[in-house]
Design a protein around this ligand. Structure first.
Ligand SMILES: Cc1ncc(COP(=O)(O)O)c(C=O)c1O
Length: 404
């Protein structure tokens, strides 16, 4: 690391003259990070170490950066659907190679981001007042994507002991106006990779009540050893035919700002609904996002493997330090993602421990209550950074709590 972690001065805007090289593999150089214009590194003052929004501090894969650089070097910014047209085949190959599921390329379409696809499918599948099953705690935009269009959340809390999906609560939550199961698989914020048995329970319930399943699999490429993810649509013909699967390279390859996502529309009703939307309502993916995604899914595997190994090391280190230094904090080891869903309730830091930690420890975590009512007393920590920055984040949390 080229700079001390503790800053005494403030910089309100990033220093545009600083252009450190982003191609240093698996590093999280603070000098580079402070130069970023991303929300993670500009939301707070420079005293704060951010560990909130789901961007990695590690630079994206060099092959991805180079793909975008080539586009820029050619000044190739005209109407350009070249990479976008190739993505359905490339996504199908990637899914088959990595997850053993070959999506039908005829049913694949691009979206500008994952939540656009989720929101569109929800909008098409439901009417005002219809119910949407959500497994809480959950990535906050899932909640607002339902409530903002006047649909009803059918809350199905995961079992806090291991964050397992509870078949009984799923069965009893569904009423006659429930239309959709909105699945996050792997699950944010808990990091669960649902087992085949859990997913089959969801499939059975969906079939019994004729529900659409929207399966957000954006985290599917960031699993830890021993937890192979299962694409929901691969469970069988009925599951495939009632599922919209959404994915992107954005989490695994750290390119969320480039806005490009892919959806497999297995469900005929949604396919017909999409075909009936006004022509220009959804817009089109930009060429940098499509180029980056193409590079990630065709050349990014070696980098991805290195990154996954690094993230597993970070997860285990965080778990070991919390177990030794803050054993009161509840933490179920995530099987996927780079997110730690931390239960601070035994320490009584209030309903929103992230707020307390921001003030007292000068670290920015994601606020638990935003993940639904079962997030009260929790906070989410993003550990996709260098070991040194993670250690500093943990040091600050431990020191603030122990010196209360
Ligand atoms: C489960 C989940 N879905 C969707 C997104 C956002 O994806 P996008 O920016 O492509 O809408 C995130 C971001 O962290 C996420 O965790």
């Amino acid at each position: 690391m080229s700079e001390p972690l503790h800053y005494t001065g403030h910089m309100d805007t990033p220093d545009a003259s600083v252009t450190p090289d982003a191609r240093e593999p698996l590093s999280a150089d603070l000098h580079r990070l402070r130069s970023l214009t991303s929300i993670k590194w500009t939301m707070h003052d420079h005293e704060v170490l951010p560990a909130w929004v789901a961007d990695m501090d590690l630079p994206p894969a060099p092959v991805v950066i180079e793909a975008v650089e080539r586009l820029a070097a050619r000044g190739d910014f005209g109407y350009n659907f070249d990479a976008a047209c190739r993505l359905p085949d490339v996504f199908a190959d990637w899914q088959e190679r990595r997850h053993g599921w070959r999506p039908d390329t005829e049913r694949i379409r691009l979206f500008c981001d994952v939540m656009q696809a989720v929101q569109t499918a929800l909008w098409l599948a439901t009417e005002a007042g219809d119910g949407v099953v959500i497994f809480t705690p959950i990535y906050p935009p899932f909640l607002s994507s339902v409530t903002s269009i006047g649909r009803r959340i059918v809350d199905c809390p995961l079992d806090p002991v291991g964050w397992r999906l509870d078949p009984d609560s799923l069965g009893s939550a569904i009423d006659e106006r429930t239309r959709v199961i909105l699945l996050c698989s792997p699950h944010n914020p808990t990091g669960r990779v649902f087992t085949a048995e859990e997913l089959e329970t969801v499939a059975r319930v969906a079939a019994r009540h004729d529900l659409l399943v929207i399966s957000d699999e954006i985290w599917g490429d960031l699993t830890h050893p021993g937890a192979p993810p299962r694409p929901f649509a691969s469970l069988g013909a009925d599951a495939a035919a009632r599922t919209v699967t959404v994915s992107a390279a954005s989490k695994a390859f750290n390119v969320a700002g480039l806005r490009c996502a892919v959806a497999h529309i297995g469900d005929e009703r949604i396919a017909a609904g999409l075909a009936g939307l006004p022509d220009h309502l959804l817009g089109a993916v930009g060429s940098p996002g499509a180029e980056a995604t193409l590079a990630a899914w065709t050349q990014g595997e070696p980098w991805l493997e290195q990154t996954r190994a690094h993230l597993t090391g970070q997860r285990d280190h965080l778990a070991a330090r919390f177990a030794a230094e803050l054993p009161e904090v509840g933490f179920v080891l995530p099987e996927a993602t780079y997110l730690a869903w931390l239960d601070f309730r035994p320490l009584a830091l209030g309903d929103d421990p992230a707020r307390w930690l921001l003030e007292q420890a000068r670290v920015a975590l994601s606020a638990g209550p935003g993940f639904g009512p079962h997030g009260t007393g929790f906070a989410r920590l993003n550990f996709a950074t260098s070991r040194e920055i993670l250690d500093e984040i943990i040091d600050r949390i431990v020191t603030a709590i122990r010196s209360r």
